[in-house]
Design a protein around this ligand. Structure first.
Ligand code: PEP
Length: 245
């Protein structure tokens, strides 16, 4: 069975003091799911140190699509591994819309992470306009096509997918459990076409205004294997409650 994963994307928030406070609180709790946090780059090493031997994993919010060299401002997968990160987000909708991250870059970044033993949490999702035009499945299929074509021979134990409808991110508007389940089942059917074992084993997280009040109902859906949580992950009590859900 797939083990649930709840991951907190801190985005461009936090400080040394907040990192310490948030992670100390999380590490003191016990969870029956996997838990990960994605602090900003400057706090990664601190986060790895603070989480120590606990089960809370630390990941980055982005990674370079190249391995090393003259790429000012970029951070490689090997550097993330070097400081003790275990995962990284790839293709978050804010990276796609604000920084022009393409499906080809998402593929290269994922390759870099896998080559360095890290787990890639690959984000996909449609905009409101695309959903209103009835194109949500086509958009998500397109975002996953390259990955499925190029990486189907890789070890997918280190790939997690996150369905994050753009209209639900940071808006307070959550997809209904039925809407989310329908898309998760569709994504799993795409995996199934490649390999039934891949479909059965790959975790698909839901993201978009997840909070303690709606987490249990979302996570109870058969194809939802946990959540990627933005705003609510900055509050230790709220995030812990989501992990308990
Ligand atoms: C996110 O940024 O990945 C996210 C899901 O944000 P929020 O939970 O705030 O909607």
């Amino acid at each position: 069975m797939r083990r649930l994963l709840v991951a907190g994307n801190w985005k461009m928030n936090a400080s040394v003091a907040q990192t310490e406070a948030l992670l100390s609180a999380l590490c003191a709790a016990e969870f029956s799911c996997d838990v990960a946090v994605f602090p900003p780059f400057p706090y990664l090493a601190q986060a790895v140190q603070t989480t120590g031997n606990s089960t809370v994993r630390v990941g980055a919010q982005n990674v370079a699509s190249e391995s090393s060299g003259a790429f000012t401002g970029e951070v490689s997968a090997s550097m993330l591994a070097d400081v003790g990160c275990r995962l990284a987000l790839v293709g978050h909708s804010e990276r796609r819309s604000l920084y022009g991250e393409t499906d080809a870059q998402v593929l290269e970044k994922t390759r870099q992470l896998l080559a360095n033993g890290l787990t890639a949490v690959v984000c996909v999702g449609e905009t409101l306009e695309q959903r209103q035009a009835g194109r949500e499945e086509a958009v998500v299929a397109e975002q996953l096509a390259l990955l499925l074509r190029e990486l189907s021979n890789y070890d997918w134990r280190n790939i997690v997918l996150a369905y994050e409808p753009v209209w639900a991110i940071g808006t307070g508007e959550t997809a209904t459990p039925e809407q989310a389940q329908a898309m998760h089942a569709f994504i799993r059917s795409l995996l199934q076409e490649k390999d039934p074992a891949l479909a059965a084993a790959t975790r698909i997280l839901y993201g978009g205004s997840v909070k303690a009040a709606n987490a249990a109902e979302l996570f109870a859906q058969p194809d939802i294997d946990g959540g990627l949580v933005g705003g609510a992950s900055l509050d230790a009590t709220e995030f812990s409650a989501i992990c308990q859900a």
